[in-house]
Structures are given as structure tokens and as C-alpha cells.
Design a protein around this ligand. Structure first.
Ligand SMILES: [Zn+2]
Length: 576
């Protein structure tokens, strides 16, 4: 079947829109065929095996002092081969490539390949050129869409990543989107496109900040440029989970840490991975989270670090005996496994220097604890991630863990749990943060503002007054709610804070009615705000009936669009 697939593929060339004659490929893979990647792997695995065999037989010189056995990195058609620049090795690889090419038809195109020397002299390069006459390039190169370098990446090398984010801004569409829509774009396009890069590279802070600026400006203004006045809420507040008062847009710094924790987790739980011999740059915050979040259950002790892992009653020796820990050299700390340490009490050799009383006392404690541990030679160590019930790492839980200890944002459920168009929820979110352009806020900024509340002409306008304390608002709420038999929930004159009133009223209702009620409040708030703007900007007279009509019309649309809670409210409506 496989040979049938390979032999039957054909191509036709479109010339001025007219397909030409059919060309049969006879061999090679079809693009876009889901089987192709698997066939490719089957074939390329042979190549990998040949190189591996040459390596194992000692025909290729070892790469470095470290135990690195894998010389080939294969991803789709990007093949990287790591070699020492000596004539025998190059000659052998040349032969392997030729043999492999003639056997499979996958001939190496030397013109399209390149050599990237790492610390090579001119003479050595001449030898390389004699065997592999391809172009000599320098780092950084691009591999799998990422800049690859042997040194720290410079600004100019990371700039394309930032540019790529900026290129995604849909300039002409931005004007057609409201802020709520732009927030979705920020989250699902501008942020999501970074996941791959941020998990592979440890992006520096300046780079994340530059991307943050693009995201911020697009969210608030729909442009690449914006000033502080356009941004109603500061970036760090916006980029928080909704439960903590943000918009649920990812905080890039914390998110990039969380993605990096994944490498530590994989290094711990799957130490046989090919890259595990290499040091992976991980930010200290990510390291600390990892240390705090992983508990080890010791089996044979081979994959648990004696000094730093949490393996003694979910604690590490570093925590239990800080003075004793200070007497152990860094090198030993990083290397010593539980298995080694407990064999003939080797851990005692790690402790150096003078024993103070504190050290001695801790030493005796640890001694007693360690004596109780019995290793099971046939059981592997297991590691558990404490932020997931399954014990398995997830980037989401790691990201959330970086917000541990933050204050819960009370209106979260009221706003985001109600059924309402996003633009209305977004407005209520601004209300919760007191960022609507009411008279008090305009006055603080020295901007022209109405003297009194435009709806009642009596008191100063603040958002809390406008939505719950104002005479106009209270009358509106009363009439609006009485349509649903809920008039006893109307805000009273002494209800100062809009959200406190909302929360208390919602709590008085049965759970089944709460979502519907929350939607009613969002609708009412939206309607009051529209009426207020109509008065301020169009000089209309504040009329309760108009506001009610607006809310009722809007409610019809919302129900048609699927506001179930609201429909249930209307269905159970009590007679007036
Ligand atoms: Zn008023």
C-alpha cells in the first residue's frame, strides 16, 4: 500500500489558469498527505540508525566530554547533523549521505545545505569545504523558525519576533472592533503566537515588555501607538486572570516562566530525553516555583536529588536543615542523588567545614530521618506536581500558581458569569475598576465635565451615584425589576456602592435565578449608561421610559442571541 501511495502521486502545473499535462512522480512523498510525515519518519529513521551505529562503533569521534550520543536532529525536512571537523568523520558522513541517497532517493542537495562552524579555525574550515562543499554560515541561524545561536541572542536577533507580533495587528479591522473584541484578538492572536517561541527561548524582559506595549496599545486604541491617557487600566492589572480583576489576557512574564517550568518537569520525570544532558536556561522564579511545587516519592532514589528535592515528608533537606545545607558544596548539591547518598551513608562525605552547634543538632535530626528510609531497588521514583489533582504538570496550573496569594476580585462572577455581549461586560469591568469617564474622573484630569449628575441634576456624578444611588437610577431599577417581580431588590438611597448592592441582591435569589438576574443588571446598567451619554453628548432629556424601552428592546435581542437565564426570567415573570 505504501509503495502504491508513493508511486501513484502526480502533479499538474497551472499555466495561466489552465492545468497542464499530468506528471507522475513515481517516488517521493506527496505534500499535504497525512501519511507523508509518518513515511518520512520511517525512512529517516534509517538514516538516524546508520549515524547512530557509526557513532556507537566508534567510527565517528565523540562530540564533547559530555555523554552525547545523538548527532542528528530531524524535524520534517530540517536536518541537523553534529560532527567534529576532522577529515575521517567528514569522509564517512559524505559516504553515509551518498549511500542513503542512492538507496532511498532522498539525495542531499549540497547547494541547499550549509555548514555552521563552532569554534573552528580557518585550516579546519578548508578541510570541511573539501568534503562538504556547501555554504559556510555563521550563527545565529534559523532552525524550525527559531533563531539558534551559541551565544546569548542580541537585541537585533530577537527583534524579528517582536516585528512578527506587530505585523499581526489588523489595522483596518481595528476600527470595526470594540475593545472587548480587540481583547479577544490580543489574547488569541498576539499572545498565542508567542507560545512556541517563549517555550523554546528564554525571552528577556525588554522583549516581553516591547510585545506588551504592542498588545496594550492595540487593546486600548487599536493602533501600534498610544499614550498613557488611552489606557484606562494599567497593563499589569489587565494581564491578570479574571478572578483577580484582570481581563484574562496572559501576563507574558509569568507565562514565559510557566512555559519554562515545563522543561524542568520533563527533565525530572523523563530524564531519558535526548536534551536532558544540556543545561536549559530557566529564570530563577521558575526554578523556585518548581522546587516548591514538586514532591518526590522515593523508590530506588536514582532520580531524586538528595539535598534539594522534597522527598522527606514532602520537605527537602535544604528546608529542614538550612545550616547543615550551607556546609555542602554547590557541585555536590546538584549531583548527589538519594540512591548514591544512602549507599554506605555517602551523604556524610558531602558535609564540609566546621560543625557549629546548630549544624550538629540538624545533622542528628537528619540522620534520624534518613535512617528510616528504605530504598526499593525495583521501584522508580515518582514526582508529583502539587497544583494539579492528577499530580501531572500543566502550564496552566503553573501560570496560576504565580498569582498565588493575590486578592480575589469579588465582582468576577457577577460580570463574567452573566450572559451579556462582551462589550457590556467590558464596560462593567471598567465600572468595577472605577475607570468610566464620569464627571468626578474628568474633573480629576482637568477635563471639561458636567457640574452635576446629568440624570438628576442634584448631586455630583460618580459611577456609583449614576448606577445605584441616583434618583433616576433607582426609579429605573424599580420599574425595570418590577417587570420581573423583583422590585424589592431595587437599590435604596443608602446603597452607596453599586457592586455591593448587586452582590447582595444576587445572593438573596435562588441559584437558578442568579444568572438571569445578573444579566438583567448588566442590561440595566448598560441602558442607564447609554441614556446618560445621550443626555451629555446629544442634549437629550433624561426620560425613564426611554431608558426602559432601550433595555426592553435590547433584552429581546439578547434572548434571540441565546441569553438563557434572561429567557427563564421572562418566562417566570410575575404579573405586575
Ligand atoms: Zn444623579
Amino acid at each position: 500500500m505504501i509503495s502504491g501511495l508513493l508511486a501513484s502521486s502526480s502533479t499538474r502545473v497551472l499555466l495561466n489558469g489552465i492545468p497542464g499535462e499530468t506528471l507522475f512522480h513515481r517516488r517521493g512523498l506527496r505534500q499535504g498527505d497525512p501519511l507523508s510525515p509518518m513515511l518520512f519518519i520511517l525512512v529517516m529513521d534509517v538514516f538516524n540508525s546508520i549515524v547512530k551505529k557509526a557513532n556507537d562503533e566508534g567510527l565517528l569521534q565523540p562530540l564533547a566530554a559530555r555523554n552525547i550520543h545523538h548527532r542528528v536532529s530531524l524535524y520534517a525536512d530540517d536536518v541537523v547533523l553534529f560532527l567534529r571537523p576532522v577529515a575521517t568523520d567528514l569522509h564517512l558522513v559524505e559516504d553515509i549521505l551518498r549511500l542513503f541517497g542512492s538507496a532511498t532517493g532522498l539525495k542531499t542537495n549540497i547547494q541547499k545545505s550549509s555548514v555552521l562552524p563552532i569554534h573552528c579555525s580557518e585550516d579546519v574550515l578548508l578541510v570541511v569545504q573539501a568534503h562538504l562543499p556547501c555554504e559556510i554560515q555563521n550563527f545565529p541561524c534559523k532552525y524550525l523558525g527559531l533563531p539558534l545561536s551559541i551565544k546569548k541572542l542580541a537585541r537585533s536577533q530577537l527583534q524579528p519576533i517582536i516585528d512578527r507580533v506587530a505585523d499581526q495587528l489588523p489595522g483596518w479591522k481595528a476600527d470595526l472592533l470594540n475593545r472587548a473584541g480587540r481583547a479577544i484578538l490580543v489574547q488569541h492572536v498576539l499572545t498565542a503566537m508567542l507560545i512556541y517561541v517563549a517555550s523554546a527561548l528564554d525571552l528577556p524582559l525588554w522583549c516581553l515588555k516591547a510585545i506588551d506595549k504592542i498588545r496594550r496599545n492595540f487593546l486600548w486604541r487599536g493602533r501600534k501607538e498610544a499614550n498613557g491617557g488611552h489606557c484606562l487600566i494599567a497593563c499589569p492589572k489587565v494581564a491578570r486572570p479574571k478572578e483577580l480583576g484582570g481581563l484574562g489576557i496572559l501576563d507574558l512574564q509569568r507565562f514565559s516562566w510557566a512555559l519554562r517550568v515545563c522543561w524542568l518537569w520533563l527533565g525530572k520525570t523523563e530524564p531519558e530525553r535526548l536534551w536532558s544532558a544540556f543545561p536549559i536556561p530557566v529564570h530563577n522564579c521558575a526554578k523556585s516555583l518548581f522546587a516548591a511545587a514538586v514532591h518526590s516519592e522515593v523508590g530506588n532514589g536514582a532520580n531524586t536529588k538528595f539535598w534539594t528535592d522534597r522527598w522527606l515528608d514532602e520537605c527537602s533537606i535544604e528546608m529542614l536543615a538550612p545550616n547543615l545545607f550551607a556546609c555542602v558544596s554547590r557541585r555536590r548539591v546538584n549531583k548527589r542523588t538519594v540512591q548514591e547518598a544512602l549507599t554506605n551513608d555517602k551523604w556524610l562525605e558531602d558535609i564540609q567545614g566546621h560543625y557549629s552547634v546548630a549544624v550538629l543538632s540538624e545533622y542528628l535530626d537528619i540522620w534520624a530521618l534518613v535512617q528510616e528510609v528504605v530504598l526499593q531497588s525495583d521501584v522508580e521514583d515518582t514526582h508529583k506536581w502539587r497544583f494539579e489533582a492528577s499530580g501531572q504538570f500543566s502550564t496552566k496550573s503553573a501560570y496560576e500558581a504565580f498569582f498565588n496569594g493575590s486578592v480575589f476580585f469579588q465582582p468576577c462572577k457577577l460580570i463574567w458569569g452573566s450572559w451579556a455581549p462582551r462589550k457590556c461586560k467590558f464596560f462593567l469591568w471598567l465600572v468595577a475598576h472605577n475607570r468610566c469617564w464620569t464627571a468626578d474622573r474628568l474633573a480629576r484630569r482637568g477635563l471639561p465635565h458636567p457640574k452635576h449628575c446629568p440624570l438628576c441634576e442634584q448631586e455630583d456624578e460618580t459611577i456609583n451615584h449614576l448606577l445605584s444611588a441616583c434618583v433616576f437610577a433607582r426609579q429605573f431599577w424599580n420599574e425595570w425589576f418590577s417587570g420581573f417581580g423583583l422590585q424589592e431588590l431595587t437599590p435604596q438611597a443608602d446603597n452607596v456602592d453599586f457592586y455591593t448592592w448587586w452582590q447582595q441582591s444576587s445572593d438573596r435569589l435562588h441559584t437558578s435565578l442568579q444568572q438571569g438576574f445578573n444579566t438583567l443588571v448588566v442590561l440595566g446598567t448598560w441602558s442607564i449608561w447609554k441614556t446618560r451619554n445621550d443626555v451629555v453628548f446629544n442634549g437629550a432629556a433624561p426620560r425613564i421610559n426611554r431608558a426602559l424601552l432601550l433595555a426592553r428592546e435590547e433584552a429581546e435581542f439578547w434572548m434571540l442571541a441565546g441569553a438563557k437565564g434572561l429567557s427563564a426570567m421572562v418566562a417566570t415573570r410575575l404579573p405586575n
